[in-house]
Design a protein around this ligand. Structure first.
Ligand code: PGA
Length: 256
């Protein structure tokens, strides 16, 4: 299976800065057969970057989008509007769930809307620190994975990418809060088991599962060698092009 290295820029960079970054990235990455390099800029940068980039090397993702196609929803951007501009959309990121009150229902509808518009969903799942402390990780992952998949047709299941992002390990600078490869291995195995029980083993092996949460050039190799991990969702470290390129090069080394 391909590896996916996805940079989530969150609410950073102006349109001009995004373009300069992409220029630098394009000069340093090649068209890899077994690695998909994806960046997720703000909405405002997506359209200009889509004209600038070489899709053989780099693909675009949106960071969220509305599941409804068109209508009176002031300030929203829909999957239908993103069709043809992005190849991927991050859905249900913990910041969307926590800060913007996105419910499981929003997430479920957005996954279906993405697929309807030829966009591959990157479905984020992961437990909070409190949920982990109370031993609820498995229940949370089961609800989020099955919820996210619930409106997907059988033939589209393998297009969904799941990103395991333990909320307690996102954007942490202190080493104490970093998820160890063993934590990741266990969660990823559990996610595949959930999919296997619901849809069969064959599908569960075709669904790409990424890890995200304080990924850096220093730890990328350790996460990428965890059995069952098919790539990384990178936040903070993706804001520095050199670091993101380092992570892509690590993925290349791991693959070869
Ligand atoms: P981080 O963010 O790499 O800064 O922890 C990851 C994410 O939020 O997707």
């Amino acid at each position: 299976m391909k590896s996916y290295i996805v940079g989530n820029w969150k609410m950073n960079f102006t349109v001009g800065e995004s373009s300069v970054y992409l220029h630098k990235l394009s000069a340093r990455v090649h068209a890899y057969r077994d690695i998909e390099v994806v960046v997720a800029p703000s909405f405002i940068s997506l359209q200009p970057l889509s004209l600038q980039l070489d899709r053989k090397k780099i693909r675009l993702a949106a960071q969220t989008a509305n599941a409804r196609d068109f209508g009176a929803y002031t300030g929203e951007v829909s999957m239908a509007q993103l069709r043809g501009i992005v190849d991927y959309c991050i859905i249900g990121h913990s910041e969307r769930r926590q800060l913007f009150h996105e419910t499981d229902k929003c997430v479920r509808s957005a996954v279906a809307a993405a697929l309807r518009n030829q966009i591959r969903p990157i479905l984020c799942v992961g437990e909070t620190e409190t949920e982990r402390t109370f031993g609820e990780t498995c229940d949370v992952l089961r609800d989020q994975v099955l919820g996210g998949f619930s409106e997907v047709s059988t033939e589209d299941l393998e297009k969904v990418i799941v990103a395991y992002e333990p909320v307690w390990a996102i954007s942490t600078t202190s080493g104490a809060k970093i998820a160890g490869p063993d934590d990741v291995a266990e969660a990823v195995k559990f996610i595949r088991r959930i999919i296997a029980v619901a849809y069969g083993k064959e599908i569960s092996e075709k669904v790409a599962v990424l890890y995200g949460g304080s990924v850096s050039p220093a730890n990328a190799g350790a996460y990428l060698t965890v059995p069952g991990v098919n790539g990384l969702l990178v936040g903070g470290a993706s804001l520095i092009a050199d670091k993101f390129i380092d992570i892509i090069e690590t993925a290349k080394r791991v693959k070869s």
